[in-house]
Ligand binder design. Structure first.
Ligand SMILES: NC(=O)c1ccc[n+]([C@@H]2O[C@H](COP(=O)([O-])OP(=O)(O)OC[C@H]3O[C@@H](n4cnc5c(N)ncnc54)[C@H](OP(=O)(O)O)[C@@H]3O)[C@@H](O)[C@H]2O)c1
Length: 273
């Protein structure tokens, strides 16, 4: 398992995304993932599965201290007090005394940035989360958050794959000792079908999904959180850690010019901001 270490956190580079799994499917997926070596689980208040995630972790022989657990407060929590209450409610549902990473899930149109960052800083200082960060922050908003210098931001979790390479955010994260966590790193399962990836996978004797994830991991301090319900695909995705792409292969993938964003809800920020 590749481990990412920054001044803010130590995080397994490959985690299991849990959206949109619920109930027994979610618990079963976490059980198989932990059994094969996953130690990083991504959930969120909005996924409606924190109770199941907590149950699966509690029932598992892997100690809590060996697991990196991320959850997120939904965008209807636009300030510090609302985020604090949301974080406490997540801890209660997850039945854990602390989170490894707590994120603002989306920047609310009503976001009070300074207050939200103060809330994050206090969540960390009070031990509710060992690290804090944001998700879906475009470069301008991340710059504003960093300039305020209120909370030690450890991570920006954004959609990231060869059709959405996020160069400015990668640069900003690396410069500020932040991890960029790639969500939808397989483009909802569609990106591995891109014609540039298959020939590389065939030559390396791996799958196009593994090439897709290995490309993301090679882009800097990046973690990936592919969602896979089955043990077979979980193992395939975890196996991406063992794939080393040559500079030529990385360049071939980075030369893809097609752009596609798979996650773009109505409340999304102006991505160019
Ligand atoms: N912060 C945010 O706003 C945000 C937004 C979206 C997602 N996320 C997080 O990121 C996680 C992953 O993103 P995502 O679920 O949107 O997309 P994804 O991980 O890119 O793709 C998941 C889809 O790909 C399939 N898949 C998994 N492994 C595969 C493989 N090896 N080959 C081919 N297909 C494969 C899965 O199907 P099966 O499960 O049937 O195998 C599922 O349909 C989420 O679960 C969530 O935790 C965060």
């Amino acid at each position: 398992m590749t481990i990412l270490t920054t001044s803010h956190l130590t995080m397994p580079a490959i985690g299991l995304g849990t959206w949109p799994m619920k109930g027994a499917e979610c618990e079963g997926a976490i059980e198989t993932a932990l059994a094969m070596g996953y130690r990083h689980i991504d959930t969120a208040e909005m996924y409606g599965n924190e109770v199941e995630v907590g149950r699966a972790l509690a029932a598992n022989p892997v100690p809590r201290g060996e697991i990196f657990l991320t959850t997120k407060g939904w965008w209807d929590k636009p300030d510090g007090p609302a985020l604090r209450a949301a974080c406490e409610a997540s801890l209660e549902r997850l039945k854990t005394p602390y989170l490894d990473l707590y994120l603002i899930h989306w920047p609310s149109p009503q976001l009070n940035l300074a207050s939200a960052l103060e809330g994050l800083a206090r969540i960390r200082a009070d031990g509710l989360a060992r690290a804090v960060g944001v998700a879906n922050f475009p470069a301008g908003l991340l710059r504003a958050a960093l300039d305020l210098n209120i909370a030690p931001l450890a991570c920006n979790q954004v959609e990231h794959h060869p059709l959405l390479p996020q160069a400015p955010l990668l640069k900003m994260c690396a410069a500020h000792d932040m991890v960029l966590t790639s969500y939808s790193p397989l483009g909802k399962g569609e990106v591995p079908a891109h014609p540039a990836l298959g020939p590389i996978a065939a030559r390396l004797g791996c799958t196009a999904a593994q090439v897709t994830l290995a490309w993301a991991l090679a882009q800097g301090p990046v973690s990936v959180i592919p969602k896979a319900a089955s043990a077979a695909r979980q193992a395939e995705n975890l196996g991406a850690a063992g794939i080393t792409l040559s500079a030529a292969d990385l360049a071939t993938i980075s030369a893809i010019t097609e752009r596609r964003r798979f996650v773009n809800p109505g409340f999304a920020p102006d991505w160019a901001a």
